[in-house]
Design a protein around this ligand. Sequence first.
Ligand code: FAD
Ligand code: SF4
Length: 512
Amino acid sequence: MGTVAKSVPQTIRLILGDQLNINHSWFANVDSTVLYVMAEIRSETDYVRHHVQKVAAIFTAMRHFAHELRSRGHRLHYQRITDAGATRTFADLLQGLCTRHNVGSIEVQEPDEYRLDTQLRSIEAQVGIPVRMVSTEHFYTDRLALSSMFPGRTTWVMEQFYRRMRKEHRVLMDGDTPQGGTWNYDSENRKKWSGSPPLPPVRSFGNDCTDVLADITASGIETIGSIQESDLLWPCTRAQALEALDDFVSNRLPWFGPYQDAMTAQGWALFHSRLSFALNVKLISPREVIDAACSSSAPLPSVEGFVRQILGWREFVRAVYWATMPSYASLNALGHQGPLPEWFWTGETKMRCVRHAVTQSLEHAYAHHIQRLMITGNIALLLGCHPDAVDAWYLGIYIDAFEWVEMPNTRGMSQAADGGIVGTKPYVSSAAYIDRMSDYCTGCAYSKKDRTGEKACPFNALYWHFHHRHRNHLEHNHRLSMVYRTWDGMDATVRSALLERGDWLVNNARAL
Ligand code: FAD
Ligand code: SF4
């Protein structure tokens, strides 16, 4: 760290581990009165049990970023997790720095998570020095986007938000109309993948994280999942993130659209971009990603399907998070209280679809959207697991899991615990959907066709059990009227057998 005369008041600028945006205006000029601060800190490693790849990737990316800042001439204080006297919280860290330096002001970029926002806002009182919050300059929208776009509303529809975003930011538009004449290519984008086109090899960046892993172990951070020491495949520098984007646009984007909902046991990433980590720690910006997709020669349904995820869903769930926190974090509209079965942590279940999704999550800290929604989320919801437990699992296990994006997706879209703020109906299915979109059912110990009996696929009876037990809450949802008509039309003995099997499954989830 360089020094400045003690009499010159300094500004401390705190950079969080998911704020690695080297293009931020903070870094445009070198200012000797500014001291940048980065910290590997226990309050961040310990608020949930994280996947080891997630901790390693964040620390590795932070260390590269620190190197980049110093090489550009910026002054930096960097706390490693193993440093003697390393503080456990940001407040203690800043307090210590303020006693050692003549600090006149503290600046932070808006944290994406409510937990950190609360912590950082309380620092001013604790340290006695003004704290100024500035934008991260990363997202298209600000935190209050929903109240400015839809004043007075308390529920929002993603599709309306997305169309406004397309128009406002001139993405895939011809004047006032969407390119290709339609906003949505969902009907072309729901194909099963049956081996062709071949899956492109997963691009690994082979980051050596031997030192980081040694530090994680030495400091006693508890993690889940596995990692190969010298093969952290996630992009951890901006150059790697740009390479990952290039690889996606050239080798996957053309097929992203048709196969975005497909699942297979033959691979773990299909045609997905695996850019979420690089995006969420801000190594790369959503604008860069969208510009690259839109200027590619990939077919429009694929490009639109991809743009929708980032310009639509990603910005939308962030806006929902900030419009509804902190109460959102305790919503449990269906009153689910069950524990998460042990196989969520081991993958040891006879359900082939769940085994594959959980095992790859433990191995790679990754599952794609439909695995998260229609396999692990589906079974957790059908079994009635408590949304707190489900949230903690998703927040810990995925490389890209940060609460602002994890929680509306998990508690909202996947567990329907928000009472319909994010999703218009619960995302549950029987084996029929999973079989239609994947190759999981072939070779499964359970029979996809059977609804009752020991060998029957658990999803089948649980699907009806779920709708039956939540009838009061769900039957007035017009999107579910067909479900209840079908249920009511079944023979009473069939219904009672399904409910009996459903009861057994809920009570014996650990044995599945
Ligand atoms: P792609 O399929 O290639 O999509 C491109 C990009 O679009 C992603 O990188 C991501 O930035 C964005 N995106 C896609 N879907 C969503 C969505 N529903 N919400 C927000 N952004 C989206 N995403 C996270 O980034 N962090 C999470 O913690 C997270 N938790 C989830 C939990 C559940 C239960 C579900 C159903 C989804 C969750 N998602 C989360 C959304 C989505 O599953 C991941 O963004 C995606 O799988 C990341 O892989 P990818 O980069 O290959 O995405
Ligand atoms: Fe999953 Fe049921 Fe298919 Fe087995 S039969 S893979 S449990 S949906």
